[in-house]
Ligand binder design. Structure first.
Ligand code: SAM
Length: 337
């Protein structure tokens, strides 16, 4: 995907980056085409492992924690308001006296962040394009008090951080799954897309569980999980669950798979998680998952497992159990935002 708004701003001459030597991009979409930035020295900050790997494969310098100095910082607006403000604070710190460009979709709240920015600093220019907006300003100290808060206990008592899935407390689907977790699960297992550790902490309470691999793509969520789940039976993996691990090695997998890429509902991501679970499980292994009622997972489950049944459910969620993977499936997934 092109950086359409940035491309437009450069093409029309509204924005020039010709003087820029080093440009940092904070959390661009994994499929962002950086060609528009020409031969500049680029560094990408990425928190999501699959996106990190995609930029690395393109030969771009990529890090989880970009530092300065840079002449220009381009911020791709995330959905979380607090994370967005945190990235503005980081951008200012990386490019003192340089240029900060903020680029986002209307659905991700670009109008609200522009309003917030205008209440603190003076904006050089803004352009509406491609269902969103791009604006830029000279980095000063307008957002110094907006740094992303460190992981901390929320009112729910769980340690989370703005921007992670279900940051305010346990997800209702995960709670529905925990309510019917079979006590019989035993041996080695995994929590795929384990987030900040809610399911893993409940799995540890089952007497037969000896080891859990918590696999999570969001590095900030994984950092929270390490604090929520301090137990030597747990191994934490910053990894893409659709390609992680050695096939045929696990007794069970429990998961609440992701169903969005950015704001777009994407059932194929959950289906890739199911195929990956089938690959990872031993021949007599068990998968337990929760999903929103409308998500079309049954066909994939039936093609990957000998037995599939609904353990519990209501009009919002279904908790499904699948036993005996038919055959290890090759991992594969489309590029996603
Ligand atoms: C629906 S949430 C569930 C989180 C957690 N298990 C819970 O119950 O609260 C799905 C999680 O999968 C993670 N995720 C998304 N894509 C992933 C991928 N390719 N590999 C690993 N984790 C991924 C998301 O960051 C998110 O934390």
């Amino acid at each position: 995907m092109t950086l359409a708004r940035l491309d437009h701003a450069l093409e029309t001459g509204a924005l020039t980056l010709s003087e820029a030597k080093r440009i940092v991009l904070l959390e661009p979409a994994p499929d962002a085409d950086l060609g528009v930035l020409g031969s500049c020295d680029l560094t990408v900050q990425q928190n999501l492992k699959h996106a990190y790997d995609q930029f690395e494969a393109m030969g771009v310098s990529v890090t989880t924690d970009a530092t300065g100095p840079a002449d220009v910082v381009h911020v791709t607006l995330p959905r979380s308001r607090e994370l967005a403000r945190g990235l503005l604070a980081q951008a200012e710190a990386i490019a003192p006296g340089g240029l900060v460009i903020v680029d986002g979709a209307k659905t991700d709240g670009i109008d609200a962040i522009l309003k917030f920015a205008k209440s603190r600093i003076s904006i050089d220019a803004q352009i509406s394009k491609a269902h969103g907006r791009i604006f830029w300003f000279n980095a000063g100290t307008g957002f110094q008090d907006c740094a992303l808060p460190e992981p901390a206990p929320r009112t729910s008592g769980w340690i989370t951080q703005p921007g992670v899935f279900s940051a305010d407390g346990p997800d209702a689907g995960s709670e529905a799954l925990v309510a019917v977790l079979p006590k019989s699960l035993k041996g080695r297992g995994a929590d795929l897309g384990g987030g900040w550790g809610y399911l893993t902490r409940h799995l540890l309470a089952l007497p037969g569980v000896t080891h859990i691999d918590l696999v999570e793509a969001d590095k900030r969520a994984l950092t929270c999980a390490k604090q929520n789940v301090a137990d030597e039976r747990v191994a934490f993996h910053w990894a893409d669950a659709t390609t992680w691990g050695t096939g045929g090695t696990l007794d069970w997998i429990v998961m609440n798979p992701p169903f969005h890429t950015s704001r777009t509902p994407d059932a194929s991501l959950g289906q890739d998680f199911i195929r990956s679970a089938a690959r990872l499980l031993r021949p007599k292994g068990t998968l337990i998952l929760v999903a929103n009622r409308h998500l079309p997972y049954e066909t994939t489950l039936s093609s990957c497992f000998a037995n599939v049944a609904e353990l519990d459910g209501d009009n919002r969620f279904k908790v499904l159990q699948a036993d005996q993977p038919k055959a290890a499936d090759k991992p594969g997934r489309a590029k996603r935002r």
